[in-house]
Design a binder for this molecule. Structure first.
Ligand code: DGL
Length: 265
């Protein structure tokens, strides 16, 4: 069985690395829409067309299920994709609901980081209106962060400087949780962890997404995949250098996973 993972760029690898840990008997096809990354600062209708084209290319390669490993793409096109294709499809949305629930007891606020497009789409507005009865959710677009990530800019000092500037107007004592509502952002989890006050939790939707994928695969009878964790990469621009970059970025994530696993045992 082969599971397709789709993102505008390398962000979806943060979800794929989780899937590799939890679903080792599957194979994977990872597609980045390198011709059009970033999505988060573009017009909704343009991005919808890019997503449908890219996912069409993945379908030609043959996949048994699809993870839209991108919050922006999910907001825009998950319904179109489900109408078009009958295979199991898992989407992502910023983990606002669990964050609000986790914070209920502390009375602290929730800060959601996401792309400008995700934050301005009706799906996000509907999500927040549904779960934020107490009015504790604030949202901060980080349009530059995907650019940094796509350049593999992981220098701690540079990135902490960036986050400090973005957070300058927030009193962090008021916040209990930061939600990473874009799949590129977990690349910066450690860098954020080191600079944020210890009482602030950093959450993303990656584990939840892989658990939903796994439940959906069982429901469709495609669990127990007969694969070996093989990952094939493709991108809309057919650039070999970008494939190298994806491999490098995935290796960085897997090394971190291995380190956190060994620290936990
Ligand atoms: N990784 C994507 C997300 O989860 C989008 C990044 C972009 O292309 O702007 O929203």
């Amino acid at each position: 069985m082969r599971i397709g993972f789709f993102d505008s760029g390398i962000g979806g690898l943060t979800v794929l690395s989780e899937a590799l840990r939890r679903l080792p008997d599957m194979d994977f096809l990872y597609m980045a829409d390198t011709l059009h990354v970033p999505y988060g600062t573009k017009a909704e209708e343009d991005v919808r067309a890019y997503i449908l084209d890219s996912v069409g290319l993945m379908m030609n390669e043959g996949i048994d299920a699809l993870v839209v490993a991108c919050n922006t793409a999910t907001s825009i096109a998950i319904n179109d994709l489900r109408e078009r294709y009958s295979l199991p499809i898992v989407g992502m949305e910023p983990a606002v609901k669990p964050a609000v629930e986790m914070n209920r007891a502390t009375g602290k606020r929730v800060l959601v980081f996401a792309t400008p497009l995700t934050l301005q789409l009706p799906k996000y507005y509907a999500l927040v209106s549904r779960v934020d009865e107490l009015g504790i959710v604030d949202s901060l677009p980080l349009p530059e962060l995907v650019h940094y990530c796509e350049k593999l800019q992981f220098d701690t000092a540079i990135m902490q400087d960036y986050f400090r500037t973005k957070l300058a107007d927030y009193n962090l004592d008021d916040y209990g949780i930061i939600v990473l509502g874009c799949t590129h952002y977990p690349f910066y989890k450690q860098i954020l962890r080191e600079m944020l006050p210890a009482h602030i939790e950093i959450v993303d939707g990656n584990v939840g997404t892989v658990k939903r994928l796994s439940a959906l695969l069982s429901r469709y009878g495609i669990a127990g995949g007969g694969g070996s964790g093989e990952v094939r990469f493709m991108c809309s621009g057919h650039e070999p250098a970008y494939i190298d970059k994806m491999q490098k970025a995935l290796a960085i994530l897997r090394e971190r996973d291995a380190l956190s696993e060994s620290l936990a045992t």
